[in-house]
Design a protein around this ligand. Sequence first.
Ligand code: NAP
Length: 330
Amino acid sequence: MEKFKSLLVEEVAEKQFQASIRQRDLAELPEGDVLVRVQYSSLNYKDALSASGNKAVTQSYPHTPGIDAAGKVVMSTSPDFVEGDEVIVTGYDLGMNTSGGFAQLIRVPAGWVIHCPEAMSLRQAMSLGTAGFTAALCVEKLIVNGLTPASGSVLVTGATGGVGSVAVALLHKLGFTVVASTGKNSSHAFLEQMGAAQVIDRNNLAEVNPRPLLKEQWAAAVDVVGGDTLVNVIKSISYGGSVACCGLVQSPALQGTVLPFILRGVNLLGVDSVELPTATKAEIWRKLAHEWKLENLDAICTEIDFSELEASLGKVLKGEAVGRYLLNLN
Ligand SMILES: NC(=O)c1ccc[n+]([C@@H]2O[C@H](COP(=O)([O-])OP(=O)(O)OC[C@H]3O[C@@H](n4cnc5c(N)ncnc54)[C@H](OP(=O)(O)O)[C@@H]3O)[C@@H](O)[C@H]2O)c1
């Protein structure tokens, strides 16, 4: 029986969770069409929630988190994949209630699997991971809704995080003027290096403001924060501009008025990276491998192995992480 290494999170007592690196048997993986030897995974906020026992993300334990995986096909019952194919699996149920990418093997339905573009390595794919992919989805939605570099500056909240840092780098690459909002004073130079033209303190956006509209400041925004921050951002978008909303690190609540929408024609664009059809996912990955390829990915990424995984997940959970964590499973 083939053994493989994985992170296993167990519920050791009521609401008490413990993670350890364990050898598991292939037979413990769920049924599926495609068995993948994972070479790289990456850390996302949702993984930190799953690894800490958040039952809104993962209902039952023991469990192996990891919503991202990139590797080579070992076995496939689907005609779409053959042994040796380089593939990416992100989203759907991977790492939530299906054994995830913090393991050397995953077995998943063929409908979750995407061929890694030829112009992208597995390492590059997971340097981006779900966070980078989501940043690209946000940028795509803003552009489809009319944003051009001439529209004005674009705000990115949670800018040092996974989604935020890739959004800053990608918007800069595409010629936009980027304003980065962060809570980390020590990371201003990092954000400028990624392409931010201006860095602002996130406290300016964090508190409830009773006014229904604020001064128009940005043509568009990528928001990972939600809550009062998102409300303030919506109130500060210029006439006809858009906000791509993808996260909730401050709060899932949204307590504002409709005035920015009906007086300024502001668009609130929802962004989901999980349940998108694979054809749409493949097109975004293709763009990231070609015209949206980021040459400075290594500057955003910290590569870790199993021994550093728990400590890194702790940083992500506390909002202390800067950039992306790439997990090398080789
Ligand atoms: N919709 C989707 O499909 C999708 C996909 C991926 C991620 N997401 C969501 O997007 C969000 C960000 O994910 P991520 O992977 O980028 O997480 P991350 O790497 O942990 O980054 C989040 C960043 O938000 C800022 N932050 C943390 N706590 C905050 C608070 N209380 N108030 C304001 N800002 C705070 C921090 O940046 P600064 O210190 O720079 O402010 C932090 O680095 C999460 O809610 C995640 O679930 C959604």
